[in-house]
Design a protein around this ligand. Structure first.
Ligand code: CDV
Length: 311
């Protein structure tokens, strides 16, 4: 008998600025219940699944910024999610804004935690590729993640969920091949990903028609080139005046779309992921151990930008 894990990606319609944590958590619990009814064993939610995507605004008031962050996870507000996981016997990955001070240093990360079907934290990932700017720049759609978040400092950990290697990634991470390769090298069979992607970018209006293509292209390539499953959940629709693309999906290790959301609102997609297919794709397409040449790739680990001109 083959090995399977039933994955659900829970796309969310907008989370308004005024929504309380309790309201949003109730909404997430409802989605967990629906996912359990559909037979899901592991669920992924979008980036910033507890709040609106506040980095679209320049906020000066530190108290207001704080209101978007969690200083503990679970907290009394988020505990119902953990209770639901225990009751429904399914795990989930949720992304939120993490406050993790060290001594006097205020540290804020864009974080995703993986929670077991026993309602215990399995592990945590902090977004490595933090896009946008520190201040509002003319000609750019305001996206101030770099003002509010430090880049992740935990590398690309892979966690065991029922003996299956699970990697986590957040939004802009999905566009970088290094994300999938690092997770694959660390033993991932499945990558869970959450995102918030604005449809319109002032800096590149001529590429607006490619937003969905550029959403799926790197995830399908990442799944194929590393022979792993990708389950990705979007925030979608008009959130506080900004249109976020949906396109939540589950992608097979062959690079094929296995499930795709059709709406711009709350929508769950489910797929029974065949884990033996991972092994088949590795053997047929990408046998790392036999064919990779890390000694020839050294500059990937050493050089950040391309050379101005060839050597
Ligand atoms: N939340 C994100 O990381 N969004 C980026 C946008 C700013 C390009 C993304 O890659 O979708």
């Amino acid at each position: 008998m083959g090995r399977y894990l039933t994955l659900a990606a829970c796309q969310m319609g907008p989370i308004p600025k005024h929504a309380s944590r309790r309201e949003t958590v109730e909404r997430l619990v409802c989605m967990l219940e629906n996912a359990a009814k559909a037979g899901a064993e592991l669920v992924v939610f979008p980036e910033m699944g507890l709040t609106t995507f506040f980095p679209r605004w320049l906020i000066e008031d530190d108290l207001e910024i704080e209101s978007y962050f969690e200083s503990s996870f679970p907290s009394s507000d988020t505990e119902p999610l953990f209770a639901a996981a225990r009751k429904l016997r399914l795990g989930f990955a949720l992304s939120y804004c993490e406050r993790a001070d060290e001594g006097n240093e205020k540290r804020r990360f864009n974080t995703m935690s993986l929670v077991s079907a026993e309602g215990e934290i399995i592990g945590r990932y902090r977004k490595i590729h933090v896009p946008g700017t520190e201040t509002v720049e003319p000609g750019f759609t305001p996206h101030l993640e770099r003002r509010y978040f430090l880049p992740g400092d935990l590398g690309f950990p892979v966690f065991s969920y029922r003996g299956i290697g699970i990697g986590l990634a957040i939004c802009n991470d999905r566009r970088w091949p290094e994300t999938y390769r690092m997770l694959a090298l660390n033993g991932a069979d499945i990558v869970l990903l959450g995102y918030n992607t604005p449809f319109f970018l002032e800096e590149a209006p001529e590429m607006a028609h490619l937003r969905m293509f550029h959403n799926h292209l790197p995830m399908q390539a990442g799944a194929y080139q590393n022979a792993l499953w990708v389950a990705a959940a979007a925030k979608a629709g008009v959130e506080e005046g900004q249109f976020l693309i949906g396109g939540s999906c589950i992608i097979a290790p062959s690079g094929e779309m296995a499930a795709l959301a059709q709406s711009l609102g709350d929508e769950m997609i489910v797929h029974r992921a065949d884990l033996d297919f991972v092994q088949l794709c590795r053997k047929a397409n990408f046998d790392f151990d036999r064919y990779r040449r890390p000694d020839q790739y050294r500059s990937i680990g050493e050089r950040r930008a391309a050379l101005a001109r060839p050597i």
